[in-house]
Design a protein. Structure first.
Lengths: 224, 195
């Protein structure tokens, strides 16, 4: 989707403000990481469904909240949508913890039994019979798309010409997997784009972007 | 408070506790997992695995080749498994590498630990691909125009780490001493290692 998450090439955010020292981790943030790992491990939420849920956050909220708040928002949205928890039980328990901040745990309530999901195979790389359409060195042009659903074809590299740098075998295709349409593995490539192709006369000298793109994003390019 | 280091909304803590409690009850989350996350990312304050690997690569050219060509095999020497999707990009006199994820802040957690806040912030994600040389200069790293800048935008599950150029005089230090001096930010590509 053409969302606020797709930040590459935007102006207006100002200077990078680098904090000093190692990043801290609040307990609630560690809990969010733990919850996210558990949802992936149990097959409840794939990484692609998780990213899509974050992308559908309200754009203003997205900019006004922290990274792990994005995770929390995505997790909650998917868990409710998938029927793993209900909004009511979450809100009820949230009120209880707000009223009892130091409590080790809330009194358990009879929960509906949770149906285990089929856990997808490990990792992201998959074997496919199809031969890759491109090889390192091939000139390619990215497609122009504007799907409402999830994609990893960032806006700044749509309709652009580049060169295949490497082929990585077939990987789970996010555009399908995030939308509940299955893994549909596709060949994955790293593609090199010269800065001038992306930004025209405003590009800096001797700069190039390498980005990982799935085969359906790419078309052969025969030259200008 | 910095503009793109937002403060946390007040309801968040009780919402996370509520979610954690529900998922424990439904046996989706295992007891003790949160403590293990804290153990792994906060209490282990030794050099990053990425820094250890770079220190070894500087001192041993066979290892450097292995790290660049087969990072998974190179990192297995440090007990890190399943790094098949990690790619190490070597800086040189001709090329400077920089890592970003414009879409969502993907980061090589396994080798670099927790991502810093600035890496996940809109200013870095928006500008790293658009004007990397200007951005790096603002962050204190001057890359001359004679040098190519390669920006690696991690849009898939591949992860990238930079192998920085060694500073002058590095060879008189031990691997352990070097590892202490190799910073996370140098492995992202936004600073140089200094002794």
């Amino acid at each position: 989707m053409n969302g606020i998450h797709d930040l590459g090439g935007m102006h207006g955010f100002g200077e990078v403000e680098r904090e000093s020292g190692p990043p801290g981790l609040e307990r609630w943030e560690a809990a969010v990481i733990a919850i996210d790992d558990a949802l992936a491990r149990t097959g409840i939420q794939t990484i692609d469904e998780f990213r899509y849920a974050i992308e559908t956050m309200d754009p203003q909220d997205y900019l006004d909240s922290t990274y792990f708040e994005h995770w929390l928002d995505g997790d909650v949205r998917n868990l409710i949508e998938k029927g793993v928890i209900t909004r009511e039980e979450l809100e009820e328990r949230e009120r209880w913890f707000a009223a009892n901040p130091g409590a080790p745990d809330a009194p358990a309530t009879p929960a509906p039994p949770f149906q285990r999901r089929k856990v997808p195979p490990e990792g992201y790389r998959r074997e496919v019979d199809r031969q890759p359409r491109f090889a390192a060195g091939d000139p390619v042009r990215t497609r122009v798309i504007a799907p409402k659903g999830h994609t990893r074809l960032a806006r700044y590299v749509r309709g652009k010409c580049g060169t295949v740098f490497a082929h990585h075998g077939a990987h789970v295709y996010p555009d399908s997997n995030a939308m509940g349409r299955g893994e549909d593995p596709q060949h994955l490539y790293t593609v090199r784009f010269e800065a001038a192709e992306l930004w025209g006369d405003d590009a800096g000298p001797r700069e190039a972007v390498f980005i990982d793109l799935w085969e359906p994003y790419l078309q052969p390019f025969e030259g200008r | 408070v910095a503009k793109y280091h937002p403060t946390v909304a007040p309801y968040v803590e009780s919402r996370v506790r509520a979610l954690e409690s529900l998922l424990l009850e439904k046996r989706i989350l295992r007891p003790g997992t949160v403590d293990r996350v804290i153990e792994r990312y906060v209490k282990d304050t030794g050099p990053l695995v990425g820094a250890k690997a770079v220190a070894r690569a500087w001192l041993n050219s066979d290892y450097r080749r292995l790290l660049v060509e087969d990072a998974a095999a190179a990192l297995a020497e440090f007990g890190l498994e399943n790094q098949d999707l990690l790619h190490v990009k070597e800086n040189s006199a001709e090329v400077h590498n920089l890592v970003v994820c414009t879409l969502c802040s993907c980061y090589p957690w396994a080798v670099l630990g927790l991502p810093p806040v600035w890496y996940k912030s809109p200013p870095y994600r928006s500008r790293a691909v658009l004007e990397p040389r200007i951005l790096l200069r603002e962050m204190g790293l001057d890359i001359p125009e004679s040098k190519e800048i390669r920006v690696w935008d991690s849009s898939a599950e591949l992860r990238y780490m930079v192998l920085p150029e060694p500073p002058a005089g590095f060879a008189r230090l031990s691997e352990d001493d070097l590892a202490q001096r190799i910073t996370r930010d140098a492995l992202i590509g936004v600073e140089q290692v200094v002794l």
